[in-house]
Design a protein around this ligand. Structure first.
Ligand code: HEM
Length: 141
C-alpha cells in the first residue's frame, strides 16, 4: 500500500518526521505474517478467522475475506481502499464453489496419485503456490 504525503507528517509514536512529497509504503505482507498478530501465520488454518470472529465479536464484521484493517492491508486502507474487493472476493468464492462442486482435484507425483501427508505450501513473491514438485490433476465429476 503506497501513499505520497500531501503535507509534512510526524509519527506520534516515534517522532519520525517525513516531508511533504515523500513516498511511503506499508509492508503489507510482513504485517499479515506477524506471528504476534496471527499466530503461526504460515500454517494453513482454515478456522483462523472463524476463531478470531468468535473471540472478537465486537469487530467480527471486519474479520472477513475482503477486509481492510491495519492488520490486513492486502486491499489497502482508508478512503482509498480497493472498491473492487467485494466483487473480487465474491468471484473467488464462486470460482472455488464451482471447482469443489464440479471437479475432482488430486495431487500427483510422477503421474501417480500422491499418497504422502499434506505437503508444505511454497511462496512465490507474495503468492502462496502449490508445491512445485507435485502436479495437480483436475477432472470433471
Ligand atoms: C484480489 C483482487 C484485488 C486486489 C488484491 C486488489 C488490491 C488493491 C489495492 C492494494 C489497492 C490500493 C488501495 C490503497 O492504496 O489503499 C487497490 C485499489 C483499487 N482497486 Fe483493487 N484489488 C483487487 C480487485 C479489484 C477489482 C475487481 C476492481 C474493480 C472492479 C478494483 C478496483 C480498484 C480501484 C478503482 C482502486 C483505486 C482506489 C482509489 O485509489 O481510490 N480492484 N486494489
Amino acid at each position: 500500500m503506497n501513499r505520497i504525503l500531501t503535507q509534512d507528517y510526524t509519527f506520534k509514536c516515534s517522532g519520525l518526521k517525513l516531508p511533504k512529497g515523500a513516498m511511503i509504503t506499508a509492508p503489507a505482507a510482513a504485517i499479515a505474517t506477524d506471528p504476534e498478530t496471527f499466530p503461526e501465520p504460515n500454517t494453513f488454518d482454515e478456522h483462523r478467522y472463524l476463531r478470531l470472529r468468535e473471540q472478537h465479536k465486537e469487530s467480527s464484521r471486519s474479520l472477513v475475506l475482503g477486509m481492510s484493517t491495519i492488520d490486513s492491508l492486502g486491499f489497502g486502507l482508508g478512503n482509498q481502499a480497493c472498491p473492487g474487493r467485494f466483487l473480487a472476493v465474491n468471484n473467488l468464492k464462486l470460482m472455488m464453489a464451482k471447482l469443489m462442486a464440479e471437479w475432482d482435484l488430486s495431487l500427483e507425483s510422477n503421474g501417480q496419485k500422491f499418497q504422502g501427508p499434506r505437503p508444505s505450501m511454497e511462496y512465490n513473491d507474495f503468492s502462496v503456490v502449490p508445491p512445485s514438485k507435485l502436479s495437480i490433476r483436475v477432472t470433471k465429476n
